[in-house]
Design a protein around this ligand. Sequence first.
Ligand SMILES: [Zn+2]
Length: 113
Amino acid sequence: MHEMSIAINIIDLATDFAQKENAHVIERIQLDVGTLSGVLIDSLSFCFDAASKNTIVENAELVINAIPAKGNCTDCNNHFDVEQWPSPCPQCGGYFITVSSGKELKVKSITIN
Ligand SMILES: [Zn+2]
């Protein structure tokens, strides 16, 4: 499962960070996940709960910020919100769209104590 390997990576990253900083508790992990990243947020949070059992990350709160997708039409230079992908430019109907955000998948912050 895609989300499970992502969850394990996040837990590894947080664990390494906590060890380096001599922290004993990880309070919160914040993620930025783009709506076009291909990651299912519900599934990721379920996998995170399952994979963090009996680790230092177990009681950490996972905060997932969904980053909305934005597109840029290369024909008419229109910027717009992308509801689903692929979709045409709402202004000119063109399909030459570059995605300027919405593919993020990154750990934004880890709060330790
Ligand atoms: Zn356009």
